[in-house]
Design a protein around this ligand. Sequence first.
Ligand code: NAG
Length: 342
Amino acid sequence: MWYTDDMDGELVHKGREDMRHLARRLSLLLPSLLGEEPVRRGRVQLLSSSKHRCVSSVEAFQEGLHLQAHLSHVDYSHRVDDQLLRSFERCPGYVEGVEKNHTALAEVHKFRDGQEMDGVRTKVADKLGLPGHSLTADLLEAAFFLCSYELAIKSQHSPWCFLFDQDDAQVLEYKLDLKQYWKRAHGHAINSLSSCPLFHHIFRTLDKAGRPRRSSEASPEPASILIGHAETLLPLLALLGLYKDQAPPTADNYHAQHGRTFRTSKIVPYAANVLFVLYDCQRGPRLQLLVNETPVRFPGLWAEDAPLYRDVRAAYRHLLDGCDFHKECHGAHGGRGPNTEL
Ligand SMILES: *[C@@H]1O[C@H](CO)[C@@H](O)[C@H](O)[C@H]1NC(C)=O
């Protein structure tokens, strides 16, 4: 076993590389915001969650920016802000209502014990020559994780992967998506509302950048980079109303969910990223949203790649005027049913 205890929760070498490459691509994509000039002048603001792997990520990101700016020496300059990037753990309504609440993830447990997972369990046990009952759903999932980690971290076609065919992998993928849906996304309103501080921070930053200035005023930072977790991004994307399919994924509709847009392997892969890019245009600032470096349209503003910023604000008016972290998180625990309004 090459995976040792001290690797737990740490960023692997491949992860650092991913972040360096991401920084270099973004610098090329947006030279006036992340190119040589703003980087040399130290104008890029960087925030990270306190987790060691995030701090490693924000360092690697800066290394990428510096490389791209032909600077050999990197003065790391980031701040830690868990208020913004790990707000979910400070939200009692979320912690009590979902994270510690067994019934909030009922669909996940039902699927784990259901016929699709059972089918995979039997097939894999057969391959291994084990009696069916000795291979639990948890062990099956552990084997699947080992397969995917060895592929992702070491670029190996891991022997663990021989245990699964494409159909099996889709069942296990669905189980992970179910979990993320009910634990971090649209499944419960409080999941996304726990990211209200981040939502407001983003729009405050954009407001500041888009506001007309007197020539004597200092210009705001050209770019603000925040480094957190998949568990930070999913609630934010859910709050923005993205990747919300007509019917929620449940334990019973695996086949009907085949074409779902809520696919976490696509939405939050390693080095997942969301960019809000503000453009100075003739009729006023325009905002483009990119998820994993691909343009994505705002719900309700499907017609335009980069709608007017004021139209985006109007579309999210209910959140800009509300989305009160304190009210949502310290209100009655778990008083909210499944999210039906966003
Ligand atoms: C746990 O979750 C269920 C289902 O979402 C909900 O009805 C219940 O109120 C929650 N319990 C607590 C203590 O929040």
